[in-house]
Ligand binder design. Structure first.
Ligand code: HMG
Ligand code: MG
Length: 294
């Protein structure tokens, strides 16, 4: 059975732009977010309060938040790795954060400079303080299906680390296929391992062209929050071979065909991605954007 309605968690401005060689001007990012909200997207992950040397593309997080036009019914979550990041996010007026953990030891080290256990010691005070301030906290879990250094990742490991994030107080857990190697059978196995689907979201990168098939498998398991990025921008600078996320346009096209509601205007969205591709100086990797605007 498919859900009647899917919430699209749009990550283009964060996951998409964190991986661009060029630093996009803050005015362009703000216009991007504004156009995405106009197109009907209601969750727009805006940026990250990480170390500016680790991700220079998002070093303008404060300026971005200062320029953001808040709208009713639209939330603008940001990534926060540690208490320093939380201080910055709170000072900027953020109401919705996401911490981001790794299911594997190697990626915890590469992405967060922490061991698998140390990452939890880093997140623990972040979640406690954020919740005391009334913020909503999402948990990401990376490398849920494969890791470029460790190879395949066991479903039991993903379930175990994922439960630690939920037990900590995350309201939602987004399962990340950071390098885009998952296939639909594996998605079902991992989701089944969690028992309850209620708090789960999926976050697929499209490296091997499996993101849409994986999403359909997740929808059939009952998942109703799907991460995607306008135009298929994306990747992770700390994970070799990570390419763009599932393109929001590709997702919307499939949901329309399935009769699943999502609230997004595909034309306005494709226009926005075509415009962003011009800003970035390269064509959109989304098949649907190319079909509609190529
Ligand atoms: P570290 O070097 O271990 O930091 O980095 P530290 O705690 O040792 O602190 C060192 C210095 O950095 C201190 O300054 C801190 O104040 C400063 P000093 O006292 O030496 O002057 N500092 C900060 N400054 C600004 N903002 C901060 C901050 N934190 C410390 N937040 C750290 C640890 C976690 C900070 C670093 O590893 C980091 O920023 N990592 C982020 C990497 C990242 O953003 N990766 C991409 C996002 S994850 C992703 O894309 C996957 C996802 O899409 C899901 C999927 O696809 O699977 C979510
Ligand atoms: Mg990602």
């Amino acid at each position: 059975d498919l859900p009647e309605r899917v919430t699209i968690w749009e990550v283009g401005a964060r996951d998409g732009l964190q991986n661009e060689d060029t630093v996009v001007p803050v005015e362009t990012k703000l216009e991007f977010l504004d156009r995405l909200a106009d197109a009907g997207l209601s969750v727009l992950e805006a940026t990250s309060f990480v170390h500016p040397k680790w991700v220079p593309q998002l070093a303008d997080a404060e300026q971005l938040l200062a320029g953001l036009r808040q709208r009713d019914g639209v939330s603008y979550p940001v990534l926060v790795p540690n208490e320093r990041g939380l201080d910055r996010a709170l000072a900027a007026g953020v109401r919705h954060i996401a911490i981001f953990a790794s299911a594997t030891e190697t990626f915890a080290n590469r992405n967060l400079n922490r061991s698998l256990d140390e990452q939890f010691a880093m997140f623990d005070p972040v979640v406690t303080r954020a919740r005391a301030e009334g913020l909503d906290v999402r948990g990401y879990l990376s490398m849920c299906f494969g890791d470029p250094w460790e190879g395949p990742v066991a479903a039991e490991q993903v379930v175990k680390v994922g439960h630690r994030l939920l037990d900590m107080g995350c309201s939602q857990l987004s399962l990340g296929d950071t390098i885009g190697v998952a296939t639909p059978g594996q998605v079902e196995t991992v989701l089944d391992g969690f028992g309850s689907i209620d708090a789960l979201a999926v976050h697929f990168h499209d490296t091997y062209g499996q993101a849409l098939a994986n999403t359909l498998a997740a929808l059939r398991c009952g998942v109703s929050t799907v991460d995607s990025s306008a135009g298929g921008l994306g990747g992770c600078p700390y994970a070799e071979s990570a390419t763009g996320n599932l393109a929001t346009e590709d997702l919307v096209w499939m949901l329309d065909g399935l009769g699943v509601r999502h609230g997004v205007n595909l034309d306005a969205l494709a226009d926005t991605s075509a415009w962003m591709a011009e800003q970035l100086g390269r064509p959109s990797p989304s098949r649907v954007v190319r079909a509609l605007r190529g």
